[in-house]
Design a protein around this ligand. Structure first.
Ligand SMILES: Nc1ncnc2c1ncn2[C@@H]1O[C@H](COP(=O)(O)OP(=O)(O)O)[C@@H](O)[C@H]1O
Ligand SMILES: [Mg+2]
Length: 249
């Protein structure tokens, strides 16, 4: 059974199709296809990103580039069945657990880049969709459409973005950053730094530098950067985050 989930999802020029088992209706694989230049570019990035990830990760993502002609690309990605997405409305204790798992997985996968100022980049390690978990507390990074490893992208940017995205959801929920949330944010940045995976380009004022980098390199997101929640954080909040960090690092 085929099910078309979306066309031009969040400004992307790709079709997304879910292939489900006829009997159980369980999703078996997903297909992304595009006929446009941008869309084809993101399918190629997805292949490169998955290859790069698979060369390091214990859990691999299986895929087939089913069609590769100048005007049409189609990729089929097999679902890693034990993995699930987290519910974005979880309480902070749970989110904290999943953020910690995400950061540890990043540290493990990017191990080779410790001490490097620049590193390969996923581009959208959002807990809402692209970071998945299983019952064994293993992590799977999916959706490599924005992958880039041939640009000078500051090491750790993926993680500062994930942390800041979560702050954005926190502000939506409570209109402010609670003490324990701020503490977790600061500790996480410090942990990344201690793990030698925070570029010196982010170290001094990581929050504002994260936004500055995104705003001056929007081409990485193929025209989809406006969907990034971090860009919706107010100046005051960004300053509040950097102030808290400056007391520690
Ligand atoms: N390898 C995979 N294993 C399990 N689920 C996956 C896998 N790849 C994608 N998914 C699921 O499909 C959803 C959509 O895939 P994704 O690549 O994120 O597409 P989109 O570009 O629409 O965000 C993901 O949020 C995730 O729930
Ligand atoms: Mg996604």
């Amino acid at each position: 059974m085929k099910y078309i989930k979306g066309v031009h999802r969040h400004g992307s020029e790709n079709f997304l199709m879910l292939l489900k088992d006829d009997k159980t209706l369980e999703t078996k694989s997903i297909i992304k296809a595009s006929t446009s230049e941008k869309g084809i570019k993101s399918i190629m990035s997805e292949c490169e990103g998955i290859e790069w990830y698979n060369s390091v990760s214990k859990n691999k993502i299986e895929y087939t580039l089913e069609k590769k002609i100048k005007t049409y690309h189609r990729i089929k990605i097999e679902i890693n069945r034990s993995f699930f997405n987290v519910n974005p409305s979880l309480n902070y204790l749970m989110i904290e657990k999943y953020l910690d798992l995400t950061i540890n997985h990043y540290i493990q996968i990017w191990d080779k880049y410790k001490g490097y100022q620049f590193a390969p980049f996923h581009g959208d390690l959002s807990l809402v969709g692209n970071v998945m978990f299983n019952d064994k507390n293993e992590v799977l990074f999916v959706d490599w459409e924005q992958f880039s490893d041939n640009m000078n992208i500051p090491t750790g940017l993926d993680v500062t973005m994930t942390l800041m995205e979560n702050i954005y959801y926190e502000i939506i929920r409570y209109k402010k950053i609670k003490k324990n949330v701020m503490k977790h944010f600061v500790n996480s940045i410090q942990y990344l730094n201690k793990s030698k995976l925070l570029s010196r380009y982010l170290l001094d004022s990581p929050a504002i530098n994260t936004l500055n980098f995104i705003n001056s390199h929007t081409d990485i997101w193929n025209g989809q950067h406006l969907k990034l929640p971090v860009l919706k954080l107010s100046k005051n909040v960004v300053q509040e985050l950097d102030n808290a960090i400056s007391k520690i690092i």
